[in-house]
Design a protein around this ligand. Structure first.
Ligand SMILES: CCC1=C(C)/C(=C/C2=NC(=C\c3[nH]c(/C=C4\NC(=O)[C@H](C)[C@H]4CC)c(C)c3CCC(=O)O)/C(CCC(=O)O)=C2C)NC1=O
Length: 169
């Protein structure tokens, strides 16, 4: 698992180079946004349960057939699995925000996920929509806490969206 700093070191070490201008700019950007990252993680931690709950309600309002017989979130067990997945996405997003790197998402969340979803018939499009709804709600919450650096908030949610949506070849 890598963060912004270890990723950069790895890149430069492979070619045996000292940090150049670009590397220094990357490091500066990471450290300058450091307090924002910590604030965002704090807000997400404190509001995780409420955020998952309201995001899932919004999702089921948009896609009500998920909860109907034949829908993938139908039955208490699958409903609970769906909310648990949303909570995974949020918790790992908070880690990735602090790390400033998507590596943890690739390694712990996304690896093999599409295959699992496909084999269980979990629909990807509404899952992605759920991730986007959490992003929008997270943005609003952190804005109230004074953080307007949307890039920091958006990055992990958008990364998961991109990777999950990728079409099978
Ligand atoms: C930490 C990394 C991690 C992730 C991401 C993860 C996801 C994950 N979600 C699963 C199932 C599931 N995921 C969903 C989710 C949904 N169904 C819907 O209709 C909605 C669109 C959506 C919620 C937004 C459901 C309903 C199941 C159960 C499917 C089934 O067993 O039939 C499963 C299959 C095993 C199980 O049921 O626990 C995995 C592995 N597990 C992990 O360890």
């Amino acid at each position: 698992m890598r963060d912004a700093v270890t990723s950069l070191i790895k890149t430069y070490d492979i070619t045996g180079r000292y940090f150049d201008r670009d590397a220094i700019d990357t490091l500066k950007g990471y450290f300058e946004s450091g307090m924002d990252r910590v604030t965002v993680a704090t807000v997400l931690n404190a509001n995780a349960a409420a955020l998952v709950k309201s995001a899932s309600l919004a999702l089921f309002e948009e896609v009500p057939e998920l909860l109907r017989p034949g829908g993938n979130a139908y039955t208490t067990r699958r409903y609970a699995a769906c909310l648990r997945d949303m909570d995974y996405y949020l918790r790992y997003a908070s880690y990735a925000i602090v790390a400033g790197d998507a590596d943890i998402l690739n390694e712990r969340v996304l690896y093999g996920l599409r295959e699992t979803y496909n084999s269980l018939g979990v629909p990807i499009a509404p899952t992605v929509r759920g991730i986007q709804i959490m992003k929008e709600m997270a943005r609003a919450m952190v804005a109230e806490a004074g953080v307007t650096n949307n890039v920091v908030v958006d990055a992990p949610f958008d990364h998961m969206t991109r990777e999950l949506s990728e079409v099978d070849i």
